[in-house]
Write a protein that binds this ligand. Structure first.
Ligand SMILES: CC(C)(COP(=O)(O)OP(=O)(O)OC[C@H]1O[C@@H](n2cnc3c(N)ncnc32)[C@H](O)[C@@H]1OP(=O)(O)O)[C@@H](O)C(=O)NCCC(=O)NCCS
Length: 357
């Protein structure tokens, strides 16, 4: 590796080069998460919770490594704190194992309060080793898992079975069973007066929902109207917003979804949700509306991230969702990190609390 590497915080003018570099790693799909310069501009430079950024390593005019930092508001044990998600870990294959990722991590800590920001991420396997062994970012004792539910199993079975005609015969039966399980698991909704509709934005009283629902949790991203509008409406990617209202018209829950086509499989992503646990039918109704819409859109599988053992986890399990994988969350061991790392806290965490979607 050449000695001529330069590490710096990217300016907006660097975003097209960063976007091109990022696209060289994973296949980019039209319906998936954007990697365009506008995406990074929105996430880091038009962030209403403070300026984050992308840090880059370059040699000459070539980008050889990147890392991003995205400020997000969080409530930890009753206190509002600045949190930031660290992500976009990409180093050119010819430059790996020379500490570039580690140097970018240290460089981007300059972008936050070193003691009182909760710096977290959901790393994949290799970065996880780096975070744990080299960067003083242990795993938080919280069990986040993804859960899946097949809705149109033909695509899935075609991948698993040797003969595609078998998939064509078996899949209608699997789909009927899956729908029946879902109905049984979400029964009770018929008596509920909650109304669920797709809406263009978030109503003003979503702040009241946030205030009431958040007292149930020790650690939760601040799902205020300001956050939700930045996260889903200002975002260059498109999301579907489902709003649940009680008979009086008050907002009693929301769910955000997205359809994602990857390789030969169409996924229905349940990106985010918040409801009052005092009326379990609100979450069930939102779930039923989302799953029905994914079915109509031809999705093969529905995917949600949820904290194991939570009210949402139990509801998904009853509705026929199956636990799929555990997603470790790590955080930097600063003062606030140490507090969170003690564990024993009640979390609410969804897919869109990460930059996976
Ligand atoms: C993950 C990635 C960013 C690491 O970048 P890097 O600059 O090579 O990382 P570093 O040199 O700073 O490595 C720090 C530590 O991480 C661990 N590590 C890094 N790569 C590893 C590998 N391939 N296998 C095992 N451990 C690894 C090691 O503990 C390493 O320390 P060491 O070299 O002293 O043993 C790079 O491998 C990459 O771009 N991978 C492809 C993209 C990707 O999958 N990104 C994650 C999704 S966001």
């Amino acid at each position: 590796m050449s000695e001529g590497l330069l590490f710096k915080k990217a300016g907006k003018e660097d975003l097209p080069r960063i976007s091109e570099f990022r696209k060289g790693f994973f296949e980019v799909h039209e319906a998936g998460r954007s990697c365009e310069p506008e995406y990074y501009e929105w996430k880091c430079y038009r962030n209403v919770f403070g300026e984050g950024g992308v840090w880059l390593a370059e040699e000459g005019n070539s980008v050889v490594g990147v890392k991003s930092l995205t400020p997000k508001p969080m409530k930890v044990l009753g206190a509002m704190v600045n949190a930031a998600e660290t992500g976009d870990n990409f180093v050119h294959p010819d430059y790996r194992r020379h500490g570039i990722f580690s140097r970018l991590f240290r460089a981007h800590l300059d972008g936050v309060d070193p003691q009182w920001s909760l710096i977290y991420t959901l790393p994949s396997k290799i970065p996880l080793q780096a975070y744990e062994r080299k960067l003083d970012c242990p795993q938080i004792p919280v069990s986040l898992c993804s859960m899946v539910k097949p809705v149109r199993s033909k695509q899935l079975l075609k991948r698993k079975l040797r003969f595609s005609f078998v998939a064509a015969i078996v899949s209608p039966l699997v789909d009927i069973a899956s729908r029946a399980m879902f109905r049984i698991g979400t029964r009770g909704m018929a008596r509920s007066t909650v109304d669920v509709r797709p809406e263009e934005g978030f109503p003003d009283d979503v702040d009241a929902l946030w205030e009431e629902a958040s007292v149930n949790y020790d650690v939760i991203l601040v799902r205020s109207k300001k956050y939700l509008e930045w996260r889903y409406i200002a975002n260059p990617d498109a999301y579907t917003i489902l709003i649940a209202r009680s008979k009086s018209g008050a907002t009693s829950g929301y769910m955000v979804t997205k359809v994602h086509a990857s390789n030969d499989l169409t996924w229905g992503y349940i990106c985010d949700f918040l409801t009052l646990e005092s009326d379990p039918n609100v979450f069930r109704k939102l779930l039923a509306a989302a799953v029905e819409s994914f079915y109509q859109k031809g999705c093969a599988v529905v995917l949600a991230y949820v904290v194991r053992g939570s009210f949402y986890y139990r509801t998904l399990l009853r509705a026929g969702f199956l636990p799929r994988a555990r997603h470790p969350i790590v955080c930097y061991r600063n003062e606030l990190g140490k507090l969170v790392l003690k564990g024993g806290h009640k979390w609410h965490f969804t897919m869109a609390d990460s930059d996976h979607i």
